[in-house]
Design a protein around this ligand. Sequence first.
Ligand SMILES: [Ca+2]
Ligand SMILES: [Ca+2]
Length: 205
Amino acid sequence: MIRSLFLIVGLASLALMLSFGACTTDTGPGSGDDDTPTPSATPSASATPALFLQVCNDNGSLTMGNADTLTCGDVTGTWDWDIYTLTVEAGDCIHIYADNGAGAADLLAFAWDAAGKTYGLKGDYTQLEDEGMCSVEPWYPLAACPEASLITTESGPFNVGIAQWPSGCSVDGPSEYTLYVSVNGLDTDLSTVPTQQDTALPELD
Ligand SMILES: [Ca+2]
Ligand SMILES: [Ca+2]
């Protein structure tokens, strides 16, 4: 229930961001509003537009984890994200895995590429939420750590945001995490990529 309430706020914010981006960047066929799915009485995989980043199979070796902390965020709906911005090529396979530590965070992640395709914050918790093992059992029962491999659709910046569900961390303060990212199976040194600390997700444009 707690997760659901926060996710509703998060999804509403994301919908606002996406709609804003679509209004300002729709420059022709294949972009912006044109990617909005058309409701179908008989949906099928082949008829479903690629709204989300598609998954791939490359995994990293988990040799270059970047340790950091997350603040608790605002339990009324404003979450604090650490956002890492890599530079990638279209078609790259980006593996993302975040482990927790002291603070027993229930971590989640959100990724988006230069075309505005996203992965995460899905209502059924199936995207960058509970796919991976955690070093510390998260405070939320049966939760786990986010992990996915995603195909970029456009060359340019690829963003990985890390956050934690905020309602369980207020007692212990900032929670530890370690983020691992690889590109086509090669681990990335995240200390060399631009990072924003404890911030809101930006408007996607
Ligand atoms: Ca941080
Ligand atoms: Ca989780």
